[in-house]
Design a protein around this ligand. Sequence first.
Ligand SMILES: Cc1cc2nc3c(=O)[nH]c(=O)nc-3n(C[C@H](O)[C@H](O)[C@H](O)COP(=O)(O)O)c2cc1C
Length: 463
Amino acid sequence: MPESILSKPILLNAFDMLVPVHQSPGLWRHPDDESRRYTELKYWTGLAQKLEAGGFHGIFFADVLGQYDVYGGNADEAARGGVQFPMLDPTLIVTALAAATERIGFGVTASVTYEQPYLLARRFGTLDHLTNGRVAWNIVTSYQDSAARNLGLGEQIAHDKRYDRADEYMDVVYKLLEGSFDENAVVADRERNVYVDPTLVRGIGHAGEHFTVPGPSLTEPSAQRTPLLFQAGASARGQAFAARHAEAIFFSGYSAEMTRGWVDGVRDALEGEGRTRDAVKIFSMATVIVAETDEAAEARLADYERFVDPDAALALFAGWTGLDLSGADLDAPLEYASTEGNHSALASFTKLDPTRVWTLRELAKFVTIGGRGPVIVGSPSTVADELERWIEVADIDGFNLTSAVRPADLENFARLVSPELRRRGVLPEITPGTTFRDVVMGAGSRLASDHRGASFRTPPFSD
Ligand SMILES: Cc1cc2nc3c(=O)[nH]c(=O)nc-3n(C[C@H](O)[C@H](O)[C@H](O)COP(=O)(O)O)c2cc1C
């Protein structure tokens, strides 16, 4: 039996969304698929419990605020294919999942473009209390004009400008969650009749280019104060933002080799921000199709391929990138074009990998199973070997795992691959009561003292 080649444990996030089709267009039609249950709380609590039993560190929920309406100039194709539409708000299920589990963490995507930081800080402060420190925030700036039009902006703020604004946004959140309450401000002293010592709570007096927030925070300090911070900006500006704020970063690359180039860039950017090259944990997206044997897993993939929906995949890709590729020559080489959408989705299939030229036809086929990440197929041992190879070659820390047939692929992973990873010693048990930050970063519940957010602590304290 193969032993692990790794010198560190593997981090596992499930990557999901409260929608009928997340990353694998068409697969909702597979007879084993249960995506139609995405509106049922029991579907999600059941999945969370199975993932927790399988040693997953977190479930990370994607979220967008508009329809995918770029392809063909309307949202019909995306609606027909159930592509991230209709959808539910992921923040609202987290407390129910926390009540049904003890160890697994919850990553929630929330945009900094359409909501004031004062409200967002309250919501994450609340979630951190109610999950006992098991919440993470995937900070996104959003990439859809359809969201901007419905949220009062008419069109999106320009790509790099969104990140400039997001920098100030983060400082407001840090000031609220790290800086407004001293550690011992909430005394709840019956004898003295003092609930909060007003001398230990202060306004933050933020007056910047985009936000004016006197403070203080409405929530009292929680186990993590600031939620564990995830980010996925992959453009040059996005990477600079991630290097400043993220504790963990997501990427979607289709090969370990091309992902490595991107990871090296992130680690350089971290040094540029005065952080160490390993100051963030890096997760890459992957879809695992596992069965007892390699042959059975390959047969499973062949079965899935009968249900793929390349047109819906193109609607998804157009929505990510802001590029309407309807009517384009399916066999012409794909070329990079800059838009106000998500830069990295197109870059992955063009300029990030000079060794490979993609056509639209190939791209549509690829995206139908597992979006922009690889599809890893095989027995538990084959899959574990491939995950380990990715970690070594791409220099990453773990995976964002999606289901093609939902939730079967994630459940099969927990049932078949997790025991193999445990046997190899790379999936240690999580101790109940450990915060999500401590589980992922392994250095306590609070932001590291060299993280930008820690500089807003008044007075400074240590964990
Ligand atoms: C694994 C992964 C998950 C993402 N999830 C979301 C999401 O849920 N909502 C969202 O608006 N953007 C999401 N993004 C997009 C990023 O926030 C960002 O817009 C994208 O990576 C492009 O960044 P760039 O324009 O800096 O290249 C995700 C990206 C990746 C790689």
